[in-house]
Design a protein around this ligand. Sequence first.
Ligand code: FAD
Ligand code: S2G
Ligand code: ZN
Length: 481
Amino acid sequence: TSSQFTNLPRGPYSVVNDQDIQFFKKVLQGRVTTDSNELEFHNTDWLKTVRGSSKVLLRPKTTEEVSAVVKYCSDRHLAITPQGGNTGLVGGSVPVFDEIIISTQLMNEINSLDPVSGILVCQAGCILEMLDNHVQEHGLTIPLDLGAKGSCHIGGNVATNAGGIRLLRYGSLHGSVLGLTVVLPNGEVMDCLTPLRKDNTGYDLKQLFIGSEGTLGIITGVSIVCPQKPNAVSVALLGCENFQKVLDIFVTCKSHLAEIMSAFEFMDSPSMELVKGNLSLVSPLSEFPFYVLVECSGSDGTHDEEKLMKMLQAVMNRGEALDGIVATDYAKIENIWALRENCALALLKDGYNYKYDVSLPLQHFYTLVEEMRERLKDHVIRTVAYGHVGDGNLHLNFTTSKYCAATMALIEPFLYNWVARHDGSVSAEHGLGLKKRDFIYHSKTPSAVSLMATIKKAIDPQGIMNPYKVLPQVIRGEDGI
Ligand code: FAD
Ligand code: S2G
Ligand code: ZN
């Protein structure tokens, strides 16, 4: 466990015993794991910065099995960590102590896909990339794409309200998810899996669970509306001299590309150096201080390419871009996306990754990077910035060869105070999990957090569902704090 969390007291939960294991085996047969080596992956987060000590992993196949084991845990006052693909980046997907891990790994059935409405109903453990491949066979696409698509589960995506590289085009899961089945902390099943576009009958309960990070229940079923798969995709990679030009290019792209723009990402030169240096990736452009990746997805390749070429001319003529290339064939497009999507992987090669995922008004977006780069220059291997400009979402990362408390003390809370002072959010899309939950007040008022705690208490009165995550240990206003 990284030292910044070891001072947490373990909550008043029971400890798993042999009878518990016998019960789980009766319900799940051979899908109960107690071997410490097999548990290692499930006890350690993707960044290898947080480690739990769970003694048992459960892998149910159905909502009924999840309901049975959760009811048992509730009666026995045993804490639970729901886990999908374990690609989360805020320490939310692994136990802090010995919580029981309930994984959706074996809940990977597709229930139905309506080719006319595009409405997909599937189990929560379906891997995002597998789902996208499936719906693409029917001329559709999943309205979400992120670098972890090969491992993350749709249930985990919903639980974290994942954003990703195409939120600009398809919006958030709060809009595209139509219904959920959720096993509540007492084992009851909340069946709101209505695969209807519209259903205004009472409170929209599913919205509570989208982004709840496993703290309100275990999502076992998802229905989501899939848009038409674009017939033609093209990508432009542009080089420019400063961040203001990135914003100028964004405005030009919005006016020239309008409805066919499906992604607008930026990378600074240290990010490009990172992926070239650590992963030997090749960029089709020479070196520039900033890079913009803009993707178009439409129904008519000729029409779209014409718009893209006109945009390229405009940004060059206006001096917004210094150079640029357009890729229309799959291999070249994949090569360009790989530069952006492998930043996370490349960072791991340095050793320890201090990862920040913040929303900022665009006029402050890169000022934070420059200030942090100056502040940490003698303490880190590198400072890199990239992200979803169109969403106002900055990914700011620092690395050292191994965890260093002195470096962490230079970053937090300075960075979060800066973000709050500039009207940003301390977590744009990755959630709060364990690592960021104590900074929730930087982005939410005490009354908002107190209402969240009231909802958590109502749904999970024993606090057994993903304890220690999202909400701070003590809610301001209680005990006079
Ligand atoms: P896990 O990591 O297993 O769990 C994440 C959280 O959800 C935990 O709190 C867990 O308890 C809870 N949870 C998981 N499954 C369920 C369930 N069925 N019911 C209830 N709670 C559940 N995130 C973005 O938003 N945008 C990105 O662009 C992005 N890019 C990434 C790129 C890389 C290379 C990596 C490694 C991660 C990236 N992520 C991104 C973060 C991560 O992939 C997302 O948060 C993803 O949605 C997590 O899905 P998962 O199935 O791995 O969930
Ligand atoms: C991204 C995940 C990786 C990172 O690449 O868009 O959401 O490094 C991120 O933060
Ligand atoms: Zn992201």
